[in-house]
Design a binder for this molecule. Structure first.
Ligand SMILES: C[S@@+](CC[C@H](N)C(=O)[O-])C[C@H]1O[C@@H](n2cnc3c(N)ncnc32)[C@H](O)[C@@H]1O
Length: 187
């Protein structure tokens, strides 16, 4: 696993998905080196860099050009990227041209979550997996409802991580934002 502090960050792009959350996503995805992954809302490249080490190919999409730049910088930093395609576009547009998806991670979608999930479903191989990360309650509800409508049986896990900071007097636990990991498998 890559460490949070090793990523190059920018104040214009949300930071990488935290290490413990990346670990759960990797575990839930059950990714294999023969599989194609799509990372919608790649941000700083936290998810992209993890899957680039384990999947056959990763297509990473972000609507924000600075996010694409940050993902490229982090791929370069970790000496990854030979198997990664970066696309600067709205996920709901970019996905129209992508086929043969084994795993789709949605870490950012704005108001396009329902469209993005519909497109992913239409391109997802059998036994393919969809994983949505959500901080907003509304996004969690929207993702669950849309996945049910698309005939999936979604799981939802709410994760609260605290990390210890060593002080002179002892260790203080510092909590990170709770995040939901919603996952579903194509039958
Ligand atoms: C929380 S960040 C994702 C962080 C990323 N998982 C990482 O580990 O670095 C969410 C990203 O989703 C992108 N985003 C939001 N709506 C989008 C859309 N409709 N299509 C593509 N990207 C989108 C944002 O620009 C932002 O960079």
């Amino acid at each position: 696993m890559l460490e949070d502090m090793d990523f190059i960050k920018s104040c214009d792009v949300p930071g990488p998905t935290k290490e413990a959350i990346r670990a759960i996503i990797l575990y839930k995805s059950d990714v294999k080196d023969s599989e194609n992954v799509v990372d919608v809302g790649c941000g700083t490249g936290g998810i992209t860099c993890e899957f680039a080490q384990r999947a056959k190919h990763v297509t990473s999409i972000d609507i924000n050009p600075e996010a694409i730049e940050m993902t490229q910088k982090n791929l370069d930093k970790f000496d990854l990227g030979d198997n990664v395609t970066l696309i600067c576009n709205d996920g709901a547009e970019a996905l129209k041209d992508i086929e043969d998806i084994d795993i789709a991670i949605v870490g950012g979608s704005g108001k396009q979550l329902e469209n993005i999930l519909e497109l992913i479903d239409s391109k997802l191989n059998s036994k393919g997996r969809i994983i949505v990360t959500a901080i907003l309650v509304d996004t969690k509800v929207e993702a669950i409802n849309k996945l049910k409508e698309l005939n999936y049986n979604p799981n939802i896990m709410e994760v609260n991580i605290s990390k210890g900071r060593v002080l002179d007097r002892g260790i203080m636990m510092m909590s990170e934002n709770p995040i939901a990991i919603i996952s579903a498998k194509k039958r």
